[in-house]
Design a protein around this ligand. Structure first.
Ligand SMILES: [Zn+2]
Length: 328
């Protein structure tokens, strides 16, 4: 069956059923669940619990420490998200963290969906069933399931203690892929990149062209400062950096990050967050304008370079023992 047909089938309910079967088939997540990240002033900032699911997905529970408002990012494994939410609602003797969360649960809850693929959007209905008041955000272009609030490029979602979450539409992986950017957490900016950007790579061009992806990169770089913290939709760092080392072997930043990531993966630690400034030093997809990568791809055009970089990655050329890719 051709890829196009399989992809279209995946987008139907058959794909959602398959997603749920896959969830049931995974006993141990790829990293320990609910590892914590903290941004801003202690007790007055934002706490993020990382929720791993399937073989390499990441969802997030974002907790505003002042108001107790909660944002779930891509809760496509609703039971695992719920396990965390339930745990802190349990009766009986509560420890300090449980008490804190009980307060938080009185806050408002929203869901941010990066795109329509089931490994990101399949939990929305179940979350909605359990928490009927929840506001679910996702793009109109993607017709995200369970959405109560459709968003578009540049929209602002109010969250917690005066935070503004900006929507950056990044169409290419899907027509309505959205990145959510929280600004002003202390002096931090946090971006939930879904399948737009990964550590060392970017999402596949399922519904767009290399030119569109380049436009999305330019827009993202325009709107987000270099120190932006990146929270990706998948843990692909090890493979992505091996690919970066394959196409950009003399780049020291690639090897340095690869070493760090190998260590973290071995320890089942999250390779999060990344930063935009770091990505610009080692992510080949953000470096298609560099002389070195244009030379590798035998072009002087950044769109052609990006296109070739994607093709080799999709063909897994870096994993083939006898790869036919010969650099000039
Ligand atoms: Zn996707």
């Amino acid at each position: 069956m051709c890829f196009c047909l399989l992809y279209r089938l995946y987008l139907t309910r058959l794909g959602r059923n398959r997603h749920y079967r896959q969830l049931r088939g995974i006993e141990t997540p790829h990293v320990d669940p609910y590892q914590s990240l903290h941004f801003g002033e202690e007790g007055k900032g934002i706490e993020i619990k990382v929720v791993p699911y399937l073989e390499d997905n990441y969802g997030y529970i974002v907790i505003d420490e002042v108001t107790g408002d909660v944002a779930l990012v891509d809760p496509a494994d609703p039971d695992t998200f719920d396990e965390y939410l339930e745990k802190y609602l349990s009766l009986g003797e509560k420890n300090q963290e449980e008490q804190k969360f009980e307060k938080e649960r009185n806050g408002k809850m929203i869901v941010l969906t990066t795109h329509k693929h089931w490994d990101h959007a399949a939990g929305n209905l179940q979350i909605q069933e359990k928490f009927p008041e929840v506001e679910i955000y996702g793009s109109k272009q993607d017709q995200v399931e369970g959405c109560t609030n459709f968003v578009d490029d540049g929209d602002i979602i109010k969250f917690g203690n005066g935070y503004e979450i900006e929507v950056i539409l990044t169409p290419c992986h899907t027509v309505g892929h959205s990145v959510y950017v929280i600004r002003g957490v202390g002096d931090e900016t946090i971006a939930f990149t879904g399948d737009f950007l990964f550590m060392g790579s970017c999402g596949m061009f399922f519904e767009g062209t290399p030119r569109q992806m380049q436009q999305c990169f330019d827009k993202f770089l325009d709107r987000c400062p270099p120190e932006t913290k990146l929270l990706y939709g998948h843990e692909y760092a090890l493979d992505d950096l091996k690919y970066a080392a394959f196409v950009d072997p003399e780049n020291e930043a690639v090897h340095k990050m690869l070493e760090e990531v190998e260590q973290k993966v071995e320890n089942r630690e999250i390779c999060l967050p990344g930063t935009l400034a770091d990505e610009l030093t080692f992510n080949p997809f953000l470096r298609a304008d560099t002389e070195i990568l244009q030379k590798r791809t035998n072009t002087d055009d950044k769109i052609d370079c990006l296109s070739q970089l994607r093709k080799w990655k999709d063909a897994k050329e870096h994993l083939k023992e006898n790869t036919k890719v010969k650099f000039q």
